[in-house]
Design a protein around this ligand. Structure first.
Ligand code: ADP
Length: 455
């Protein structure tokens, strides 16, 4: 068994669906196909829920369904009646959910999960019907039945043990070659729908690969694999033929959007090789990610993240107290705020770390609440959070042991005119990151690329 995942960029229009169907039908082994929503659908669903004006919201929804019905027609799906019936049912359901959301004083994240994952439901149903039309037997699998998850509802983490139990208890039809499953969605501990985080379909595919003990997982996207920089930012970026799980994990964590950061965990546990391939150039080999790799380059890639906030906590309280860090990070963990990097400092007087900008308000409020007494007593300085920051990272196995890598990295950033506000050297010895002002990111990114790869 093999698992293939197709992202929204591969399913942007009817030509994309035709192309994806061709790739699927060329597979020699029984396969599970996980799909994202078609391009821009998830953004439209977010906008639909944010739109308070009923007429405007309904127009957005009607447009979205019109586009999907148009896809059905363009693909010349003859048995379209039942598919249109399911689409209409889904549209009514979304209207009801919009009503409940806008007539309620509180936000129900389970309700939002159902709305935001509607795109995956539509694309997977459409693809399955198209495959039948082409004469290939396929089965639509509701991922919620087998992927069990816990944690924050919109960004849950799979419970692989519970999921494996559900998978083992579920009989799959033996006579079908292709199983088509919507990505992104799961069932939470409380039996309600939940999501696996934005762009979480890669993660869904990795979980399914883990559950069925797949021989391989293939992530099909709009570029030919993992490059040594984002090919949309650096046109001369070079393809990496192979890399280790650890390197891929580090790169994904530090912003290489080509794979979701949680994708590696489930396949790594079972040693399943992962390939990143281009839907628009399927003949190319792509990038292979496996337990170890033959590519011995010390610095494999540069990546970046924007919309970052840098938090600085300082004051005498930090020098005098055991467990201060535990209080800071415990407080953030209780509010489901993840720490992207922690800057090391030899002094105990201050702690500096980076979080996503969208978490900054909650972080400030919760830290102010947690340390109200210390702030009041001036044992801590006012909590300083700087928005509009970006992180540049270089990744590679063993790069930290390579003489001069850190200094070359930092000088390249400075030579682009950027001021380095924090530095973190991963304890995994796989990465070095620097925090800069977001406006200085692009020149710094180009300088770092030139320093390590363009010589
Ligand atoms: P999909 O729609 O298939 O899920 P995404 O748009 O989410 O695809 O991810 C693919 C994009 O990731 C590429 O188009 C590319 O711009 C971006 N990307 C960022 N860093 C890298 C990298 N190091 N290698 C390849 N692609 C990268």
């Amino acid at each position: 068994m093999k698992v293939l995942k197709f992202g929204g960029s591969s399913l942007a229009d009817s030509a994309g669906f035709r192309n994806v169907a061709q790739i699927i039908t060329a597979q020699q082994t029984r396969s599970i196909i996980t799909v994202s929503a078609t391009a821009t659908t998830t953004d439209t669903l977010h906008l639909f829920m944010e739109t308070k004006d009923q007429t405007a919201a309904m127009e957005l929804l009607a447009k979205l369904f019109k586009r999907h019905k148009q896809l059905v027609n363009e693909l010349s799906i003859k048995e379209s009646g039942s598919l249109f019936g399911r689409f209409e049912h889904m549209e009514l359901r979304l209207i009801n959910l919009w009503d409940s959301h806008h007539n309620s004083t509180s936000v129900d994240p389970h309700l939002l999960s159902e709305v935001f994952s509607a795109g995956e439901y539509l694309s997977s149903q459409l693809l399955q019907q198209y495959m039948s039309e082409l004469g290939f037997s396929s089965h639509w699998l509701d991922s919620r039945e087998v992927i069990k998850a816990s944690g924050p509802i919109l960004e849950s983490k799979a419970n692989l043990v519970a999921s494996q139990k559900a998978w083992n208890a579920m009989p799959l039809p033996s006579n079908v070659r292709f199983i088509i499953a919507p990505g992104f969605i799961a069932t939470h501990d409380n039996s309600q729908p939940c999501l696996l985080g934005r762009n979480g379909s890669d993660y869904s595919a990795a979980i399914l690969a883990h559950l069925c003990n797949a021989n391989a997982l293939e992530i099909w996207t709009d570029v030919s694999g993992i490059y040594n920089a984002d090919p949309k930012k650096i046109t001369q970026a070079k393809l990496i033929d192979n890399m280790s799980y650890r390197e891929a994990m580090e790169l994904a964590h530090h912003g290489a959007g080509v794979i979701h950061p949680k994708t590696i965990g489930p396949v790594r546990q079972k040693g399943i090789p992962l390939k990143v391939k281009n839907s628009f150039a399927p003949e190319q080999e792509g990038t292979v990610i496996a337990p170890s790799c033959s590519n011995r380059a010390k610095v494999k890639a540069v990546s970046s993240q924007h919309a970052i906030s840098l938090v600085n906590i300082s004051g005498s309280y930090l020098c005098d107290t055991y467990g201060a860090a535990e209080r800071i990070f415990g407080c953030l963990a209780r509010h489901h705020i993840s720490i992207i990097l922690i800057s090391q400092s030899s002094s105990e007087y201050s702690v500096c770390f980076a979080i996503r900008q969208q978490d900054a308000t909650v972080a400030k409020q919760s830290l102010q609440h947690e340390f109200a007494h210390e702030l009041d007593q001036h044992q801590l300085d006012p909590i300083d959070i700087r928005a509009n920051r970006a992180i540049i990272t270089i990744v590679g196995q063993g790069l930290i042991h390579e003489k001069g890598v850190s200094s070359k990295f930092l000088s390249a950033i400075s030579s682009g005119g950027a001021n380095i506000e924090a530095i973190a050297q991963g304890s995994s010895e796989l990465s070095i990151s620097a925090v800069v002002d977001q406006h200085q990111l692009l020149p710094a990114y180009h300088r770092v690329y030139a320093e390590f790869f363009d010589r």
